[in-house]
Design a protein around this ligand. Sequence first.
Ligand code: NDP
Ligand code: HSE
Length: 442
Amino acid sequence: MIEYRNLRVAILGGGSVGSQVASLLIEHGEELAARVGAGIELVGVAVRDVKAKRDGTIPKHLLTTDAESLILGADIVVELIGGLEPARTYILQALNSGADVVTANKAVLATHGPELFEAAEQVGAQLYYEAAVGGAIPIIRPLRDSLAGDRVKRILGIVNGTTNYILDRMDTWGDDFDEALAEATRLGYAEADPTADIEGYDAAQKAAILASLAFHTIVPLDAVYREGMTSITRELVHSARKAGYVVKLLAICERLTDAQTGVEGVSARVHPALVPLDHPLAAVHGANNAVFVEAEAAGSLMFYGAGAGGVETASAVLGDLVSAARRHVAGGPGVAESTHANLPVLPISRAITRYQITLSVADQPGVLAAIATLFADHGVSVEAVEQSVSAGRDGQADARPTATLVIVTHEASESSLASTVTALAASPVVSSVVSVLRVEGL
Ligand code: NDP
Ligand code: HSE
């Protein structure tokens, strides 16, 4: 057997994930070396402050603030700093020096992915990113390798643990949004500034990564439609359950045929959605993540587990590290990212789905007929209507009785739905459009 020299690994970032990767690498070094066929030597961990208290057991002499020197001598660079800069610059420096790079950084991939993959291809290096979506869950490798011979049609993902935790608490415990968010923050799921979680930015970055990979097409972050979940109330979650649904913040990536042009394209969107109680995604509780993949030949597959957490995410990072090390031992160029399909990325107006629309209306003759006509005028077909009547507005005996209508549509385009909702809001028989939610997974 050929004896291979030790592979030199540099870790950039010694926080929640980096400290766990370093500790596990030290603890399981011999076992990993046996799997790789070469020793793996941790040559340093770059941080901002070498004196800061940190988890795990990184030997003090490995800590440095000189990331650039560390990168220069490494075979494999593990970027766990997060954010755009200096992460992007360090990844480029590492690739340009011929090192393979492992990253968990969804922000830098969703924003600068094409530039980084191009740099890797130029020098025959490889960029690994299993941990960037779904934490510990294997989803990047299954999409890139296991499903490489199939055609992915759609991905429905719960890819943000914080929002799933909040929605699950609202559903299971009856918490209101602020209570549930405070608990998510206390437990360390939410960021100090949870905007990226609750406004869907984090999920949109992951959607861009998943859609690009699944459809062999560059899907830029700014082409991902995004709605946050701050408008979801405890009452809305409660009435969704009564109607047979749970509310989830979903990342949806799909192949679509543009009804107007007949052109095949792809779409990526993030928004709250109603998911039927019998759909596998409805059973994803707490801060867990799950990615439901529909492929032409394979059918439906679900990937489930811990979407975040230092040690859980470190598992995915180490898996990539072992792959990168094996590649070094085997030799040859890295596998380039596949963007051959180059499909057009379609706007949200072309998406097709079903909707649940809740309206407050006057309870008087002709109202239902007027509303049904309005839907028909905009080409939206109604599947079901449920009506509940309240005694009088604001409980006043002399007030006109009002009714709440919950309307579920057949499949319709976003543009038809948008014009229907505009017309409903302007209609004299509608007091208010209480909510409009997409229904997914039927
Ligand atoms: P942390 O904020 O806990 O750690 C970041 C680390 O980077 C710290 O050690 C910090 O140093 C170091 N750092 C920051 N700036 C620099 C710099 N300019 N030069 C050198 N080091 C620097 O982040 P996480 O560990 O939580 O996240 C790391 C990556 O993993 C991110 O991309 C994140 O999105 C991703 N990820 C994280 C998950 C999680 O559950 N935490 C889950 C999935 C992915 P110092 O310690 O001195 O401040
Ligand atoms: N804030 C993210 C979440 C961390 O809640 O899922 C993992 O990317």
